[in-house]
Design a protein around this ligand. Structure first.
Ligand SMILES: *Cc1c(COP(=O)(O)O)cnc(C)c1O
Length: 365
């Protein structure tokens, strides 16, 4: 954690207009430190989307708290439903986690107001959303905040398949000096001085102020991150063009849903997802695309359906309604198909994927 890490933090914070940016070793480490900085633990409930990567839920259990899974709004807007959050709020609720699916920000003005009203913390799992700007749904705010800076803490991942990729890495952002101080302390063994400061002779000894971890980012990855950050806006703009083209082409698939059709704000365009009319059609089309040597994936199997979250093996089942009424999430998980999308793809490649898909959907009918 020398000058490259410091500069990466400063530049990333400036890019998002966040007061504090703290580099860590992964998105998972970022989420873990966000929970610990808020003091989440035994007896606390954390409302979060069932449709998410498993990290937010795993760490909820890891800190001793209970995940309570909420539904998404619809197949067209697969981000957490603010009314479902409100329905699942209890005196035990200490935090809400939102995830900006595919890079499209959640309904943050409703969710922020809700969290303020009930006095619960708001954490953004912004791992899909680096560079997304929230524009609001009710009234288009001309200058929205960046995704990750709206809640109490925002968590980013720089894993190889993310928009800003450095191999392994992550970032916690916050505008709270108090939370930032705790995250920094927990990131490196709870030690009162850093190896780098001692190396420079700025400190000779240290104390251990809390039980921390080694979630540091190293200089090499920070240097990569600084260069990747320079390219981010250009890369995201190219992703936007590719998504626009996909939408135009795949609009011909009558029974399919291309999510966020009405979305007017600025996404990070992390994923290109198409939702099939039924599970059989998704399986058929995925198989046929594979035969055409086109890779697809699924974002995501539902978290509460995983073995570790079923049958009393995680505290989720201790809450009777923790995993009920997730109809939209269940349908989405069964029907959604993630198509190839990256900033290095070409127009021709998007045309090719779309053509194969259109042809094959016709054929299977
Ligand atoms: C990638 C990802 C994570 C985890 O990040 P890592 O850097 O792989 O630990 C968490 N949440 C979401 C939504 C992600 O996409």
């Amino acid at each position: 954690m020398g000058p490259e890490v410091e500069e990466f933090e400063r530049e990333f914070g400036k890019f998002l207009d966040a007061e504090h940016a703290i580099a860590v070793s992964s998105g998972t480490a970022a989420i873990h430190l966000a929970y610990l900085a808020l003091g989440l633990g035994l007896g606390d409930e954390v409302i979060q989307p069932a449709l998410n990567f498993v990290a937010a839920a795993n760490l909820t259990v890891a800190v001793g708290a209970t995940p309570v899974f909420a539904d998404i709004l619809s197949l067209d807007e697969p981000t957490i439903d603010p009314r479902d959050i409100e329905r699942r709020l209890k005196p035990e609720t200490r935090a809400v986690v939102v995830m900006h699916y595919g890079g499209y920000p959640c309904r943050m003005e409703e969710i922020s107001a809700l969290c303020r009203r009930y006095g619960v913390a708001l954490i953004e799992d912004a791992c899909h959303a680096v560079g997304a700007r929230y524009q609001g749904f009710q009234e288009k705010a001309p200058q929205g905040k960046m995704a990750g800076t709206i809640g109490d803490l925002g968590c980013f991942s720089f894993f190889s398949n993310k928009n800003l990729a450095i191999g392994e890495g992550g970032m916690v952002v916050t505008n709270s000096g108090e939370l930032a101080k705790r995250v920094r302390l927990l990131r490196s063994h709870g030690m009162s001085s850093l190896t780098w400061d001692r190396h420079r002779g700025h400190a000779s000894s240290y104390d251990v102020l809390t039980h921390g971890y080694n979630y540091r980012l190293d200089e090499i990855r920070a240097a990569l991150g600084r260069v990747q950050l320079q390219k981010l806006e250009r890369n995201n703009a190219w992703r936007r063009e590719l998504v626009k083209l996909y939408r135009e082409r795949l609009g011909a698939l009558e029974d399919w849903t291309i999510p966020f059709s009405e979305y007017g704000g600025d996404s990070a365009y992390h994923l290109m997802v198409a939702v099939a009319p039924n599970q059989e059609e998704r399986t058929r089309v995925a198989t046929l695309l594979r035969e055409a040597q086109i890779q697809t994936s699924m974002h995501y199997p539902l978290v509460p359906a995983f073995a570790a979250f079923r049958d009393g093996r995680a505290p989720a089942s201790a809450t009777p309604d923790a995993v009920t009424d997730l109809d939209q999430s269940i349908a989405f998980a069964q029907h959604a198909l993630t198509l190839p999308l990256s900033s290095s793809m070409t127009v021709r490649q998007v045309e090719e994927v779309s053509a194969v898909m259109l042809e094959q959907v016709e054929v299977v009918r």
